[in-house]
Ligand binder design. Structure first.
Ligand code: JFZ
Length: 330
């Protein structure tokens, strides 16, 4: 097991935060794709975005009091909207009513509270003109005949995507974790020029730990468990929602780092009609099960459009925190 994953293996419990323009329609982060919205239609949320209650210190303190040791925020999700001040696009928080780099404040808050900092970055981008549309499995315009014969320059998209990752790894000091999401179909690492991407990341952030989703997602762990992992195989496996019954092992049967990503209800992004929250008891049991099998759990919250974590989630995290406090090693 690589040395850089030590803190991660010790940390065991983190907070995932899915937050962006999709918090406004309040029905999950896939709304643009689910409702097959055009870039123009979706732009309405960009014009509306005004997170008056954004206070990442509050989020980070909540995480810390729940016993979490790291926090990962969606710097950019599939919709392409950037919470950070990318020089490569106008489609960013800086140009909304928020008027500032929201990732910067998040990173500062984590450091101030002494938690490790992670950024989620979607390699999928439904806003960029050079991203494949018609016939793609999940693009909002996948069924729109108007895009059938459209010529795109995918390399131009990749230059843009790599450029944004470069901004993230050079403009915010030392990052602890990068969470790329995700390869699908035949979009394996090479199609994203993932070897170059990771080499670039490593020149600036030799110790950052990286998930395994440049190679796949869900059940497909990619080459991380193989004898000769690819350079972009990542530092940890990222099973989703379901705890692997035996943990995650490599080909020789040796355990490898992994992290269950789980959300409290049934959505990642804020959803105002999803009240199906797991109980604090169930979440503690899940965490204990992950840890007993050598894994981490990253538990998701979806703040609303103003920047407030739903009260249900706050309540659950406070109860989890009480259990952590009572049972922590002295
Ligand atoms: C991905 C995102 O699409 C989703 O919005 C969220 O950010 C989540 C943490 O990650 O969701 C996936 C991606 C791939 C699989 C499942 C969920 N998969 O292949 O099983």
């Amino acid at each position: 097991i690589k040395k850089r994953t030590k803190w991660f293996m010790d940390a065991r419990f983190g907070m995932f935060i899915h937050w962006g323009l999709y918090s406004i329609p309040a029905c999950g982060e896939w709304v643009m794709s689910q409702k097959e919205m055009t870039v123009e239609e979706y732009r309405g949320y960009f014009d509306q975005f005004d997170p008056v209650d954004y206070n990442p210190k509050k989020w980070v303190r909540l995480a810390k009091n729940a016993g979490m040791k790291y926090v990962v925020l969606t710097a950019k999700h599939h919709d392409g909207f950037c919470l950070f001040d990318s020089k490569l696009t106008d489609y960013k928080a800086t140009n909304t009513k928020a008027g500032r780099d929201l990732v910067r404040e998040f990173v500062d808050a984590c450091r101030e509270e002494g938690l490790k900092v992670g950024l989620y970055f979607s390699i999928i981008d439904w806003h960029h003109p050079d991203f494949p549309k018609y016939g793609d499995k999940q693009h909002p315009m996948r069924n729109n005949e108007a895009y059938k014969d459209e010529k795109i320059d995918f390399d131009r998209y990749l230059d843009y995507m790599h450029g944004q990752v470069r901004e993230l790894v050079t403009n915010y000091g030392r990052l602890d974790l990068l969470w790329f999401d995700f390869s699908y179909d035949d979009m394996t690492g090479e199609k994203w020029r993932a070897s170059d991407l990771i080499r670039m990341v490593r020149t600036f952030q030799p110790d950052v730990i990286i998930d395994n989703r440049l190679e796949g997602a869900g059940d497909n762990h990619g080459s991380i468990a193989k004898e000769h992992p690819l350079i972009y195989s990542g530092d940890f496996a990222s099973p989703e929602q379901i705890i692997p019954p035996e943990g995650v092992c490599d080909e020789k049967g040796e355990p490898i780092p992994w992290e269950l990503c789980a959300t409290m209800n049934n959505h990642w992004g804020y959803c105002n009609f999803d009240h199906q929250y797991k109980s604090p008891q169930m979440l503690v049991r899940k965490l204990v099960e992950c840890v007993s099998k050598g894994g981490n759990m990253i538990l998701n919250v979806g703040p609303d459009a103003k920047g407030n974590i739903p009260t249900e989630s706050v309540d659950i995290l406070e109860k989890v925190g009480k259990w952590m406090q009572k049972n922590k090693e002295s």
